[in-house]
Ligand binder design. Structure first.
Ligand code: GTP
Ligand code: MG
Length: 330
């Protein structure tokens, strides 16, 4: 068979438009899939047979559905040079702050998760709100010309604040707010249900940024103590996996925030107290870039790259002003 090699640019042009078009998916299965959050071909292509059998879909059918979804998206083994071309559609978005962009080697990467950690008041939620606006900037200004899906677990998102930030970044504030699809999550389970059901929202609204502020707050308060560590980590892991797969399926940036706890540095018995992000290895493995924010004097903040697959460890100052997150040069 002389099957033509796929053009990487067609990677996301699914042949099957909707889940119901996939072979093996009748109305009953479509409803069952939708109920569990599988509402697009893109997300089904990243599903596992185990996940589908967990919702009562037989092994054979599950395999058929997933294979068709993957085929439809041309997910298959490819050569290294083709991989390079595919990576070409992995892109970056500006933070709307030149100093942070420089620290990040251009901006935040799509198809992966970036974590902002720091103590209370360090600016995590402020950064998230600015990113919700920056993603909307046109590509020539460093944005992704896309919308933002915003999961807020602490009810701290402020439309008025976004208004100021949009003006500062040169966007129409009213239009900018329309492109932020917001949900407040009241429990870790609610947060998970929201994420598991958002794939059609992402697709229909052209979402290119998914914010979860905060990733860990609910998990931390609902699962106190050592006895609950295992289920907490398991559920957190599932959440992060789903988030990562959504970012990959939709070539989107995923941003999470995380608080830090004081952590006595065991290696230096009684030595300095090191702040440590919550979530341990589970978060450490799922997150691709980790940025730690710390407070300086007044509105000064310092962002430090803690982990990155390719960036050097470095830091930069910035300020939280009435206009948003701005570089220290201002
Ligand atoms: P937690 O969620 O509590 O862990 O903190 P956080 O890291 O999310 O902190 P957040 O992003 O909420 O930052 C709060 C800081 O931003 C405070 O120091 C505020 O003074 C500052 N801030 C918030 N809104 C404004 C504003 O409208 N103007 C100015 N100039 N500063 C603001
Ligand atoms: Mg916050």
């Amino acid at each position: 068979m002389d099957e033509q090699r796929p053009d990487p640019r067609d990677f996301y042009k699914a042949r099957y438009q909707g889940v119901e078009d996939l072979p093996g998916v009748g109305p009953a299965i479509a409803t069952r899939l939708a109920g569990a959050g599988w509402k697009t071909v893109q997300s089904l292509a990243t599903a596992t047979e185990r996940e589908l059998s967990a919702i009562g879909i037989g092994e054979v059918t599950a395999e058929k559905i997933i294979t068709a979804a993957r085929k439809s998206l041309e997910i298959k083994f490819i050569k290294g040079d083709e991989l390079a071309k595919l990576r070409a559609d992995m892109t970056q978005m500006t933070t709307g702050c030149a100093a942070l962009d420089r620290l990040l080697g251009g901006g935040l990467d799509t198809k992966s998760i970036t974590e902002f950690s720091g103590e209370f008041g360090s600016g995590k939620s402020q950064v998230c709100q600015q990113l919700a606006v920056a993603v909307q900037l046109p590509v020539e200004k460093g944005g992704l010309d896309g919308a933002c899906l915003y999961i807020d677990t602490e009810g701290v998102f402020r439309p008025e604040r976004v208004n100021h930030m949009a003006k500062y970044l040169g966007l129409n504030p009213k239009e900018a707010l329309k492109k932020i699809i917001y949900a407040e999550a009241f429990t870790s389970e609610h947060q998970t249900v929201l994420l598991n059901n958002c794939d059609d929202v992402i697709k229909d609204n052209g979402v290119r940024l998914i914010v979860v502020d905060s990733l860990t707050a609910h998990f931390r308060s609902e699962y106190p103590g050592r006895e609950t560590l295992a289920p907490r980590q398991q559920n957190l892991n599932k959440f992060l996996h789903k988030l990562k797969r959504l970012s990959q399926a939709f070539n989107a940036v995923a941003v999470v925030t995380n608080q830090v706890v004081a952590h006595p540095d065991a290696g230096y018995g009684g030595g300095p107290v090191q702040p440590k992000a919550i979530g341990g290895h589970v978060v450490g493995h799922a997150v691709h870039t980790r940025i730690y924010l710390r407070k300086g004097r007044e509105n000064l903040r310092i962002a430090k790259i803690m982990v990155s697959p390719f960036l050097p460890i470095g830091e930069t100052p910035f300020r939280i002003t009435g206009e948003g997150i701005v570089g220290d040069e201002l």
